[in-house]
Design a binder for this molecule. Structure first.
Ligand SMILES: Nc1ccn([C@@H]2O[C@H](COP(=O)(O)O)[C@@H](O)[C@H]2O)c(=O)n1
Length: 601
């Protein structure tokens, strides 16, 4: 773990249930390779994960079993370790490549910016040659401008020890927010292509392995499942997915399961299958048995599952990578302090209009006080942000360069259109927040276009409380103990009534409620609107007035549609201009923090 990471807290654990074939899975790591430096449950880093997978490999191979390591994308955008370097990602790519990954795929975040996908093609794909798969992404090659697959579409291989014959694919969900140097083909169309149909005709297959940046429960995975089942009624299928930032396990039939392993290096997913045929034993009598476990990413869990301790667990490679991360964080000055947060500010643990909500803070303090384009004189403005652009909580204590990128990693600037009737702005807000489905289906069948909100909640399946009806109470607030001096506060403490249990993941999935390795008490979450608004200046504007409609540039395509619904006669693409030229939301936040959150001497 990193030198400043908190020690993990001991807790009751469920064991891993190994099988003939075992998997470790990461997804949506978003640059958090240093682990969480303020949360003991997720405080292991990428070096520890390398040691963990090497130790698990030793353990399973000693029993003649196999291990495969999977990563399903969104490795970039979301942490200073990736976002603060110039160019972005130079340290991250080097750190990542030290993990042996058997199958990896691209997420949507690898494709938002031209440079990011170019870096995938020219650095990450070669670093993981033979392992990176891209079944439905093409890229215009930066040298030839020819449209080429980002990586091979699929591969067939056999496992080292048992000769399990696997056909593997690497998909991305039907994403359409990519920069125009890449092409994402819808999954449903891709599986009609001849290469896919030929790949699934193979009769010498013991397992289909579908890795992808695709939700475990999704129309895309259902389509792939159906396509394979048309040809193979009983061959086991193991899916690995991601994108929603949740722990999830979907059962498609008794021989087809999908695992999603959370986000931000909080979770190491584990899966196993027993009862597979192999090249030397092509038919098996029994049905395969599938298992899953979500491992909290900390050394307490890692020691427990490997049966090792602080002396016997670390590997030389793991230690080296931990040091590489420490060096990179220092070279990037990620611990530079901009100010000290006087309290915790939460994304979803309190209602969004609560004084402790990060969105309330942005809407009532940061935007009104810091967003001002001098060229607009005294014109009042309403600024709209998508809540999904904010990625993490702020903890009481030091607010560092790293915190800024963790909260707001995207290079999003502001744009505006002038003289918009205030009542139309409010109508647009209603459309974006309450009628997003209308917006998403008007011209575009892609169901993901309305993902303006925080990733987990559009698929929360009842785990989130409706904001209006539930005000957080004392008992539902996370347990916090104040940090000493200006240090960050740890996120939770043990409960006095049950000293072994503290808040954390309590996952419900298709296999039940016993998936998490660590037994936790639940944390309450509240729905957040897709978009929030701040008034500049902060006083309320009369309904009859006109305002500058300022918006984060990511919102523009959504505003074009919402504007039509609100019958606003504005051409957002051609009539808008930059607001506070060159300033990104991240800069606005850091400037405000520097001006307002002084640290006590
Ligand atoms: N420039 C950007 C890019 C993305 N977002 C927000 O992130 C969401 C996607 O993130 P996932 O981790 O869920 O893939 C997207 O829907 C936006 O809300 C952004 O704000 N700006």
């Amino acid at each position: 773990a990193q030198p400043s990471a908190p020690a993990p807290i001991s807790a009751p654990l469920r064991d891993l249930e190994y099988g003939q074939l075992n998997f470790l899975h990461t997804t949506d790591t978003h640059g958090w390779l240093a682990g969480h430096l303020h949360e003991p449950s997720y405080s292991a880093d990428w070096g520890d994960y390398i040691s963990f997978s090497l130790r698990i490999r030793e353990k399973v191979e000693a029993k003649g079993q196999d291990l495969l390591v999977i990563d399903t994308g969104d490795r970039v955008e979301g942490n200073g370790l990736y976002d603060s370097s110039i160019p972005k990602g130079i340290y991250l790519s080097e750190i990542l490549r030290h993990q042996h990954i058997d199958i990896l795929t691209s997420g949507n975040h690898e494709l938002y910016q031209q440079n990011t996908s170019k870096n995938e093609l020219l650095t990450t794909v070669p670093n993981f040659r033979g392992h990176y798969l891209s079944s439905n992404i093409d890229i215009y090659h930066p040298k030839t401008n020819e449209l080429v697959p980002l990586a091979p579409r699929y591969k067939k291989f056999t496992t080292q020890l048992q000769g399990i014959r696997i056909v593997a694919f690497g998909f991305l969900f039907n994403f359409n927010g990519n920069y125009n140097n890449t092409v994402v083909q819808p999954v449903e169309k891709t599986i009609q292509e001849s290469w896919f149909q030929e790949a699934i005709q193979d009769k010498e297959v013991d397992l289909f392995l579908v890795a992808g940046h695709v939700p475990a429960h999704s129309p895309e995975y259902r389509a792939i499942f159906k396509a394979i089942r048309k040809v193979h009624w009983a061959t086991p299928i193991q899916f690995f997915g991601g994108h929603q930032h949740i722990r999830d396990y979907a059962q498609y039939d008794s021989r087809a399961f999908a695992l999603a392993s959370g986000r931000f290096m909080e979770t190491i997913g584990f899966a196993s299958i027993d009862g597979l045929s192999t090249s030397s034993q092509p038919s098996v009598a029994s049905s395969p048995v599938f298992k899953r476990r979500y491992i909290d990413n900390n050394l307490f869990s890692f020691y427990h599952h490997t049966g090792l301790d602080q002396d016997t667990f670390p590997t030389e490679k793991g230690r080296e990578v931990t040091q590489m991360i420490t060096d990179a964080r220092s070279a990037l000055s990620l611990d530079t302090v901009f100010g000290c947060a006087p309290r915790n500010l939460w994304m979803t643990r309190v209602p969004y209009n609560d004084p402790d909500s990060i969105y309330n803070w942005l809407a009532t303090e940061v935007l009104p006080q810091a967003l001002k384009d001098e060229s607009r004189g005294d014109s009042p403005a309403v600024a709209i942000l998508n809540s999904g652009g904010i990625r993490f909580d702020i903890f009481k204590g030091e607010f560092t360069r790293d915190s800024a990128f963790i909260i707001s990693p995207f290079p999003n600037k502001f744009r505006y259109v002038k003289d918009v009737p205030y009542d139309k702005v409010q109508l647009i807000m209603t459309v974006l927040n309450q009628q997003a489905k209308i917006v998403s289906t008007s011209e575009d069948e892609n169901p993901y276009i309305h993902e303006l909100g925080t990733p987990g909640q559009s698929h929360a399946d009842g785990d989130y409380e409706e904001e209006e009806t539930n005000k957080a109470t004392e008992e539902t607030r996370p347990l916090i103990i104040d940090g000493a001096g200006s240090h960050q506060a740890p996120l939770w403490a043990k409960r006095s009534d049950n000293p072994d249990i503290f808040p954390g993941y309590t996952t419900k999935d298709d296999a039940g409620t016993d998936g998490d390795d660590t037994i936790h008490s639940p944390v309450k979450n509240y729905m957040v609107p897709n978009c929030i608004q701040g008034h500049i200046p902060g006083n309320k504007t009369a309904l009859s007035e006109t305002v500058d409609l300022v918006y984060i540039e990511f919102l523009e395509p959504f505003l074009v549609l919402a504007g039509k619904f609100a019958q606003l006669d504005v051409d957002f693409i051609n009539e808008s201009e930059e607001y506070m030229s060159g300033v990104q939301l991240t800069d606005l936040i850091t400037t405000w923090v520097g001006d307002n959150w002084k640290c006590d001497e």
